[in-house]
Write a protein that binds this ligand. Sequence first.
Ligand code: GLA
Length: 308
Amino acid sequence: MRSESTWHGKAPGRVNLIGEHVDYLGGIVLPAAVDRFTEVTGQASANWSIASDVEGGLAYVRAVGEELGVVPQDVHVNSQIPPNAGISSSAALLVAVAAGLRPDMDGREAALACQRAEQKATGVHVGVMDQFASALGRQGDALLLDCATLEYELVPFPDEVAIAVIDSGEHRSLAATPYNQRRREAEAGDPKRMRHVHSEIARVRAFVAALRERDFNRLGELLKESHASLRDDFEVSTPNVDALVERASSIDGCYGARIMGAGFGGSMLALLDRTKTQPFVAVLGRPVLICSTADGAFAPARAGRPPD
Ligand code: GLA
């Protein structure tokens, strides 16, 4: 049933090109919003309720509503983002609800509210990267975000490079992983964890330079170095993911690949020569999402461009 007070929100998933496990330490990261969306409609109700295919969605929706200080809502979720796809279905859900309930909110404030909501809903002390990308990403660009200041810069992402997200088949809920433990170890200054953090931040800068120089092979090398660091120094990979990253990287047209997101299984990112996407997917023989960059839910309107 729709009424005058029905609201609607829509937000994209995200990839992280590089800058893994540094957001919650105030590092720099380079995510992008991608063209798979979660849409929500809702209206005020006596209790929080959700009709959705996203597991655990009610806890997220309620948590973000509480952060925004709204009364309970009935929420209906329609998502193109399969759970476990590795493009942050949870951030897309949270940001879609925030965009529906508070379309005029500042994008940074919305990202922070959604980060707090995710922490509350899951007990995992996630950083702000996923929510920020879903809120403020931009079609055609990656988003270079300084997680200490929340200042960001858009970095053009080349059309000739395809973004592939590969499902490892090892699915897990973040709450069941050592994510919080890794965060504590890094915050305590563990030398091995910090070696990853410092080298990864240097790779983010090098990646942005390579994007500006359109040096796609260099992008691939940096992904491979990032993977080795996440595997050996931060220890968030698995033998299965390591093998898949090796295999993906060896296929013609793949510049490089690495584990993406929190890790401990989950998904991988590969960057491909766009003209070789189809043979790559056929040879790899794993579920792959080919993504393009997209506008975030709170991206400022572009002059001369009609809204979607
Ligand atoms: C998850 C978290 C992010 C970030 C990544 C690792 O996706 O939600 O905040 O910490 O892991 O880079």
